[in-house]
Design a protein around this ligand. Structure first.
Ligand code: GLU
Length: 577
């Protein structure tokens, strides 16, 4: 990486310099993070303060009503840590979670499943921020929340992304009195360019600042969350049935953030550290790269190289869908899936041409590669490949500081707008993360009491052979995995600089008939070449919205955000070059 070309165009999406760096989807949030660094805060402080600001300016992607995963590199102790702030199923959850109580049929995904009390998991974000600060930060939660409180109170200009995300959800938001009042003034999405403030959210953040996390998990905010889930604040005659959920004060009281080791993936001299279970993000990007390690992509014809990436993604998703779930509930064969011998057998399944569109490839069998002294006695038959929809919301941010610490953080509400329910009087949307469960049992990712639904989030930090540290990640539901794997391929195999890797066109294959591509890619020579190899390409408006940064051994930093996707993000450094 050290000699990679730097982007020459001045742009909000690229920054280069020293002293600390931040990249998020939003200019105001990035500025909040940079201000914290300038005042002497570290990367963890900046990440939490910027995240709280994102919760104000991009409230449909992420916020305190949801959950997330944070990967932290601590320079002084040379350690990588992950924090699991994933939402958790209430104790009352059963495998029937998403069945119609009368017909026992599965509820339609949109809007019934996603806009219900049943979809709401115990939010983890507030405790994750507090744990991150307590363990690794220098600011208190109260200090980290101040800039976001000011932003929520004084308001900000509505941009196209904000207005568009309300418009996407207009019929759903109109079903809830609170959401309608906040986000549909006069029955319509706020106009682009108008000023939007959220005094209720400012009040909520202030309560957190003054009273700490107990108010959220045990106090007045907890009571309001449980009441909202059990008695959704619907209008008199909502246009679809809104089922209540069973989340209680006890569920909130019991919630814990888990500190977990990262997944570790070696790839062509780099080491990638990412999020382990219950996220499938780190393991599945690891499987894709593990399969690709057997091919010299950089020396291949580009069409052939991307064909190989697509087929590796297909195989990795077959295994992901069959085996991965919350490790506190399922004996996931992680060692087998990661073993070189298993990856070698899977590699032999990589075809020269795309399989027929109606083919879903079967998962492999990693169990013989486990070497368990006491193996499971259950004979598990992997389920048929799932056709369940998975959402596509979320946001990612990265920070680094003058000491060399780095944070890579993905957090979410699941759907854009989560469950659609704003907690009355508190100004934040509740998640619908439990729709990430597979609703048909038996399955490693079936709903169970206290379980965390399998995620795709893959906040990643990587170390290069030259001593550079890189951090990157993306939103986009299951496309997060293919976006992160594609970023690694573009950075490592094709030698792109971080800004170019983030801007490059993407493709995503997840063991389905068609391969999704950023619209336009299908017209290129590579697109035509892939079609000639039998790939059915499905153009998408956009895939992902990544941000990333690079810290060089001499302390120079490059931060990069999307130049276009989701309206473009913003990167800044403390001391621009
Ligand atoms: N719920 C998704 C996950 O955890 C993230 C939301 C999204 O990006 O769709 O993988």
């Amino acid at each position: 990486m050290t000699n990679l070309p730097l982007a020459s165009q001045p742009s909000l999406a690229i920054a280069q310099g020293r002293g600390g760096a931040v990249a998020t989807v939003d200019e105001r949030a990035t500025q909040v993070g940079i201000d914290v660094l300038k005042r002497g805060g570290n990367a963890v402080d900046a990440a939490v303060a910027a995240a709280a600001a994102v919760g104000v300016t991009d409230p449909f992607s992420a916020g305190i009503g949801g959950g997330g995963f944070m990967v932290i590199y601590l320079k002084q102790s040379d350690r990588l840590i992950t924090l699991d702030g994933r939402e958790q199923a209430p104790a009352s959850t059963t495998v029937e979670l998403f069945r119609d109580p009368e017909t026992e049929e599965l509820l339609p995904f949109w809007p019934h499943r996603i806009s219900s009390g049943r979809a709401v998991g115990v939010p983890g974000t507030v405790l994750e921020w507090a744990e991150a600060l307590n363990r690794y930060g220098t600011l208190s939660l109260a200090e980290a929340l101040q800039p976001a409180i000011a932003l929520a109170e004084s308001g900000f200009e509505v941009d196209h992304t904000f207005a568009h995300q309300v418009a996407l959800n207009q019929s759903r938001f109109a079903a809830f009195t609170t959401t309608r009042a906040l986000y549909l003034p006069g029955g319509q999405p706020p106009a682009v360019g108008s000023r939007f403030s959220n005094p209720d959210l400012a009040h909520t953040y202030r309560l957190l600042a003054e009273q700490g996390v107990n108010t959220f998990y045990r106090g007045q905010i907890a009571a309001a969350i449980a009441r909202t889930v059990q008695h959704p604040p619907t209008v008199a005659e909502p246009p679809f049935p809104v089922l209540p959920g069973g989340l209680t004060l006890t569920d909130l009281d019991r919630y814990e953030v888990r500190v977990r080791p990262p997944t570790v993936t070696p790839y062509r001299g780099y080491t990638l550290y990412s999020m382990g279970l219950p996220s499938s993000g780190g393991l599945t990007t690891g499987s894709i790269l593990g399969l690709l390690a057997g091919f010299d992509l950089g020396a291949s014809d580009p069409t052939k190289a991307w064909h190989t990436v697509i087929e590796a993604e297909r195989l990795a998703f077959a295994d992901r869908n069959a085996y991965l779930g919350d490790p506190e509930y399922v004996d996931v064969p992680v060692a087998g899936l990661q073993s070189a011998a298993y990856l070698q057998t899977r590699r032999s399944h990589l075809p020269d041409r795309a399989p027929a569109v109606d083919i879903r490839v079967a998962p492999g069998n990693p169990l013989p590669y486990q070497n368990d002294p006491s193996p499971s006695l259950t004979t598990y038959q992997p389920p048929a490949p799932s056709t369940e929809p998975e959402g596509g919301s979320t946001t990612h941010l990265v920070t680094s500081d003058r000491w060399g610490n780095i944070v890579s953080y993905t957090f979410t509400l699941e759907s854009i707008g989560g469950s659609g329910m704003v907690v009355p009087g508190y100004g934040f949307l509740l998640n619908n993360e439990l729709t990430d469960f597979d609703p048909v049992a038996p399955h490693p990712n079936a709903p169970e009491p206290g379980k965390r639904p399998r995620s795709s989030m893959a906040p990643t930090i990587a170390h290069s052979p030259q001593g550079d540290w890189l951090a990157f990640g993306s939103p986009g539901g299951p496309t997060i995995i293919t976006t992160v794997a594609g970023l690694a391929v573009n950075l490592i195999d094709f030698g792109l600089a971080m800004p170019e890797a983030i801007a490059a066109p993407r493709l995503s294959q997840r063991n389905t008939g068609t391969t999704q591509v950023d619209s336009g890619l299908e017209q290129t020579a590579i697109g035509q070449g892939l079609r000639a190899l039998g790939h059915e390409l499905e153009p998408m408006a956009e895939i992902g919205a990544a941000v990333g940064l690079v810290v060089r051994p001499d302390g120079e930093m490059i931060a990069a955000a999307e130049p276009q996707r989701r309206g473009g993000g913003v990167a800044m450094v403390v001391r621009p070059q």
